[in-house]
Design a protein around this ligand. Structure first.
Ligand code: GLN
Length: 466
C-alpha cells in the first residue's frame, strides 16, 4: 500500500480507481474486529472512483492523488456518512459541507472510503472515550490504539488505506502513530485549514496525516497546506518539499529522557540518535526545564477552550436534543448529559472552573504566562540546534482499560507531545523500532516554526537506512 504506487498503477492502466476503492472497502470490512472505523462511505466512494476512471478514459486531468483511497477521522466534516466526532451528540449529523482539507484532497482525486474512530470530540489519548467502542491496537489487539486519532493510525498500520487524516491538539496524531508503528505529522500551527473540523482547543488544534513512509506524508501535507479565508489562523502557504540537510545539529531533550520513561523507549530514541550521527549529523543534549509544567499548562488551557467550543452543543443550536426533556432547563441539561461522554463533561467542568471569575487569574492567566515561558525556552533551544529529538510517549501502547479509571495517569502519557502543541511547533512521530515484546516505538522530531518539510525530509533521509 503506497500512495505513489496506487496512483501510478491507476495512471498506467494496471488497475482502476474502482478496484482500489473496492479493495480498501473489503479490507475495512474484513478487519472489523479492530473497530477502527465508525462508518464506511461506500456508495459515494464507488461513485467517485467511477468518475475518476471515466475521466482518465477521456484523457482529462485527474490530480496528484487520482483514485487513492483514504480515511478521515470522524471529527472532519465529510460527505457520505454522518460526521459524529465519535459522540452521541452528533450521531445523526450529516454535514452540509466538507472540511477544507478533505476538499483539497478530493480536488486531487483522492477518495474517502470511511470515517475513523476517535475519543469523542478528540478528548483522550487511547480511543477508549468513543461512544462507538474502543479501537484496538494494530499490533496487539489487547492494547489501545492510542488517541485521539486511534482509528486513523490503525487503518494506516493495517494497510486498509495508504493514508488517513487526523487532528492533533496535544498529541493525537503523534501518539497513536507511535503506538501503531506508522508516521504521524503534526504541522506548524496554521499550516492546514481547520475549517470544517470539529473544534477542540482552537489555540492548538492542527490537521495532519498518518502514512507508512515520510515521502507519502510530504505529498499529502503539501496538498493540504495553505491559507484559507475560512480559518483566519492559517498561514500563507510556505510548504515546499525540500532535501534533508546534510549536517544538522540535533538536540536530545534531556527532560524527556529522565526517569519515568520505559527502558525500551529510551533505547529506541538513543538508537535513532546514533543513526542520525552515523548519517553525519551532530547530536547534543539540551534542556527544556519548563517542560515539567507543560502538562499542567495544557490541562488548564485546553479544557478552558474546550468548555467554550462545546457550549454550542446545547440541544437547541447544535447537537442531540433529548426526547426526555420537557422544560428549557432539561433541554440543555439532559441533552448535554446524554450527548457527551464522561471525559467531555470532565473537561467542560474543569474549563468552566478555570475561567470562572474567582479563579481566572490563579489558573488560566497563570497558565498562559507559563506558556510564554515555555515558548521562550523553545526559541532559545533553536538558537543552539536545528532540530529537537525525543520520545513520543513514555511507554509503548498500554493495555485496554489500564488507565481508564485514573484520568491523571492517562494525562501523564501526553507529557512529551503537549509541549510542541502549546507553542505551535511542527513535530513528527517516526517509527523507530520495537519494544522487547514487539510493540512499536516512535521517536519525535520537533522542528522550528514552518520547518515542516525539513522534519519530514530528515525522517525520510533515515528511512530504511537510506
Ligand atoms: N491526549 C491529549 C488530550 O487528551 C491530546 C488530544 C488531542 O490531541 N486531540 O487532550
Amino acid at each position: 500500500m503506497n500512495i505513489f504506487k496506487i496512483r501510478d498503477d491507476i495512471l498506467n492502466n494496471k488497475t482502476t480507481a474502482e478496484d482500489e476503492v473496492k479493495k480498501a472497502l473489503s479490507l475495512a470490512k474484513e478487519k472489523q474486529e479492530y473497530n477502527a472505523l465508525i462508518s464506511l462511505t461506500e456508495e459515494r466512494a464507488l461513485e467517485k472512483a467511477k468518475e475518476i476512471d471515466q475521466r482518465l478514459k477521456n484523457g482529462e486531468e485527474v490530480g496528484e492523488l487520482a483514485g487513492v483511497p483514504f480515511v478521515v477521522k470522524d471529527n472532519f466534516l465529510a460527505f457520505g456518512a454522518p460526521s459524529t466526532a465519535a459522540s452521541k451528540m452528533l450521531a445523526n449529523f450529516n454535514a452540509p459541507l466538507q472540511a477544507t482539507a478533505v476538499e483539497k484532497l478530493e480536488e486531487q482525486g483522492a477518495i474517502c472510503i470511511g470515517k475513523a474512530n476517535l475519543d469523542a470530540f478528540a478528548h483522550g489519548g487511547s480511543t477508549e472515550n468513543s461512544a462507538y467502542g474502543v479501537t484496538k491496537n494494530a499490533i496487539d489487539i489487547n492494547r489501545v490504539a492510542g488517541g485521539s486519532s486511534g482509528g486513523s493510525a490503525v487503518v494506516t498500520a493495517l494497510d486498509i488505506v495508504p493514508f488517513a487524516l487526523g487532528s492533533d491538539t496535544g498529541g493525537s496524531i503523534r501518539q497513536p502513530a507511535s503506538f501503531n508503528g506508522v508516521y504521524g505529522v503534526k504541522p506548524t500551527y496554521g499550516t492546514v485549514s481547520r475549517f470544517g473540523v470539529v473544534a477542540m482547543a482552537s489555540s492548538t488544534d492542527t490537521i495532519g496525516v498518518f502514512t507508512k513512509t515520510a515521502k507519502e506524508a510530504d505529498l499529502v501535507m503539501k496538498i493540504m497546506a495553505g491559507q484559507d479565508e475560512k480559518d483566519m489562523m492559517t498561514l500563507p502557504n510556505f510548504y515546499q518539499t525540500i532535501e534533508a540537510p546534510k549536517k544538522a545539529k540535533i538536540g536530545i531533550i534531556k527532560e524527556f529522557m529522565d526517569e519515568g520513561i520505559d527502558e525500551d523507549v529510551k533505547k529506541a530514541t538513543l538508537n535513532y540518535a546514533e543513526k542520525l550521527k552515523a548519517a553525519g549529523h551532530e547530536i547534543i543534549e539540551v534542556s527544556l526545564p519548563m517542560s515539567k509544567y507543560s502538562l499542567a499548562i495544557y490541562y488548564i488551557i485546553i479544557p478552558a477552550e474546550v468548555s467554550s467550543n462545546l457550549a454550542r452543543y446545547d440541544g437547541i443550536r447544535y447537537g442531540l436534543r433529548s426526547s426526555k426533556a420537557t422544560t428549557l432547563g432539561d433541554v440543555y441539561g439532559i441533552s448535554r448529559d446524554e450527548g457527551f461522554e464522561k471525559e467531555n463533561k470532565r473537561r467542560i467542568m474543569i474549563g468552566s472552573y478555570v475561567l470562572s471569575s474567582g479563579f481566572f487569574d490563579a489558573y488560566y492567566m497563570k497558565a498562559q504566562k507559563a506558556r510564554t515561558l515555555l515558548k521562550n525556552e523553545f526559541e532559545n533551544l533553536f538558537t543552539q540546534c536545528d532540530f529537537l529529538l525525543g520520545p513520543v510517549t513514555p511507554t509503548p501502547a498500554f493495555k485496554i482499560g489500564e488507565n481508564t479509571q485514573d484520568p491523571i495517569k492517562m494525562y501523564l502519557a501526553d507529557i512529551m507531545t503537549v509541549p510542541a502543541s502549546l507553542v505551535g511547533l511542527p513535530a513528527i512521530s517516526v517509527p523507530a523500532g520495537e519494544s522487547q515484546n514487539g510493540l512499536p516505538i516512535g521517536v519525535q522530531i520537533i522542528g522550528k516554526m514552518k520547518s515542516d518539510a525539513e522534519i519530514i525530509a530528515l525522517a525520510d533521509s533515515l528511512e530504511n537506512n537510506k
